[in-house]
Ligand binder design. Structure first.
Ligand code: DI6
Ligand code: FE
Length: 410
């Protein structure tokens, strides 16, 4: 077979490859993409396509834009119930921390999730993953953290894997057992961390259900010392780590994540200059979550200028969760990352593609380049800035996942 045989050939598209180079967005106008064996085999200007190119299937993109499939690198989308009542209370003045201290918040979702059957949990979560997939997302990270007990944590991770198989969407699972203190351990946070390290992490690793381990480092979560113990247990089981860091206060979370060579540190509203420098030194990705910032009506913005100055890659994600970010829309987050945090539309798109992949440790996706997985999204926009300019979606018209056409309305 020669290099000019493709399973699928996309023509008549402008490409936002997101590869580094001279053109913003790695743009190739009037481009084509050849796919073979689920992998991108050829990328370039359509005029440069090999003369003898033959394809089993050829699709005309009609002047639309192709981007890498979007990557949502931080979600908690497997959970039961919802927290609309708490939203009502917060709108009357209660804070997220107030509700958490009163036993609501994460604990309310833990009760609902523990009470659900695996089947029910999957049924409630599936529409959320489907909604993401319908907006151009081809890889999603899904955390546990609403079981807070080994078997319930593993059930969440299993459901995440089941949904991936059912919808043919790429999923990376993250064990977030150190999300909150379950009521059985009230006043005994260190004992709970012991349990997570001795029971939950080994069980998840043994079952092969976790791709990474996360923790919630916050004054309403766990301390830097407790997080360090979780990270040590993760490392002992060969698992990479990431951290919810400095969301509501500066706990030194970014530096703790960097010290553990974390894949990512997430939120980072209160991260200090020293924290930013530590992330830069470790090559840890800063994951920005404008949905949670918006929903909590936060006023302290992550240190974007410092991330830029220090060269810390910035990813963007939904943080899809029932308490602080009840959204499934990554395109909406592109807009919010610009309007709320001051990212450029190009930085925002990079955050949901190339840097999202890096935040998950995935080297096989995130740009449109030969050799990478053929995960592509097609958008009815006149230019790529329109993706972030729109306040929430509506432009995604086709998706290719692993070389297969998931849907095609281009
Ligand atoms: N991620 C989280 O884990 C908590 N905040 C955030 O941004 C929210 C979880 C919840 O309230 O259910
Ligand atoms: Fe989160």
């Amino acid at each position: 077979m020669t290099a000019a045989h493709f399973d699928l050939l996309l023509v008549g598209a402008h490409l936002a490859t997101m590869r580094a180079g001279e053109m913003p967005y790695g743009t190739i106008r009037d481009g084509a993409v050849g796919i073979r064996g689920g992998v991108i085999a050829w990328v370039g200007r359509q005029a440069d396509l090999p003369r003898d190119a033959v394809a089993m299937q050829r699709l005309e993109c009609d002047g639309t834009w192709l981007t890498p499939g979007l990557i949502d690198c931080h979600t908690h989308l497997v959970y039961a119930g919802n927290r609309a009542r708490e939203f009502e209370r917060r709108m009357l003045g209660a804070t997220y921390a107030d509700i958490s201290r009163e036993g609501g918040g994460i604990a309310a979702t833990v009760s609902a999730t523990r009470a659900a059957s695996e089947q029910d949990l999957a049924a409630q979560s599936l529409p959320r993953l489907a909604a993401m997939a319908a907006e151009g997302v081809t890889t999603v990270e899904i955390k546990s953290g609403y079981g807070l007990e080994t078997s319930a944590e593993l059930m969440q991770l299993r459901v995440a894997r089941e949904l991936s198989a059912e919808l043919d969407v790429g999923v990376r699972t993250t064990l977030l057992a150190a999300h909150a203190l379950p009521s059985e351990f009230t006043g005994r946070a260190d004992a709970y961390i012991d349990y997570v390290c001795r029971d939950t992490i080994p069980a998840a690793a043994r079952a092969g259900l976790a791709d990474a381990v996360d923790a919630y480092c916050e004054n309403i979560g766990f301390t830097v010392e407790q997080v360090a113990r979780v990270f040590a247990a993760a490392r002992a089981h060969g698992l990479r780590v990431k951290l919810h860091a400095d969301q509501l206060s500066d706990m030194g979370g970014a530096a703790a994540a960097a010290a553990a060579s974390a894949l990512s540190a997430d939120h980072l509203e209160y991260t200090s200059d020293a924290g930013v420098a530590a992330l830069a030194g470790a090559g840890t990705v800063a994951v920005l979550l404008p949905g949670a910032f918006y929903a909590l009506r936060e006023t302290v913005v992550p240190p974007i200028a410092a991330f830029r100055r220090e060269g810390v890659p910035m990813a963007i994600a939904t943080d899809c969760n029932p308490g602080t970010s009840p959204t499934t829309s990554l395109p909406l987050m592109l807009n919010m990352a610009c309007t709320l945090f001051g990212l450029s539309p190009e930085e925002a798109l990079a955050g949901a593609t190339v840097h999202g992949a890096r935040a998950l440790g995935l080297a096989d996706r995130g740009t449109i380049a030969p050799g990478l997985r053929a995960d592509l999204a097609c958008w009815a926009v006149a230019e790529p800035a329109e993706l972030a300019y729109r306040i929430g979606g509506g432009a995604n018209v086709a998706v290719i996942r692993g070389g297969n056409v998931a849907f095609w309305n281009a």
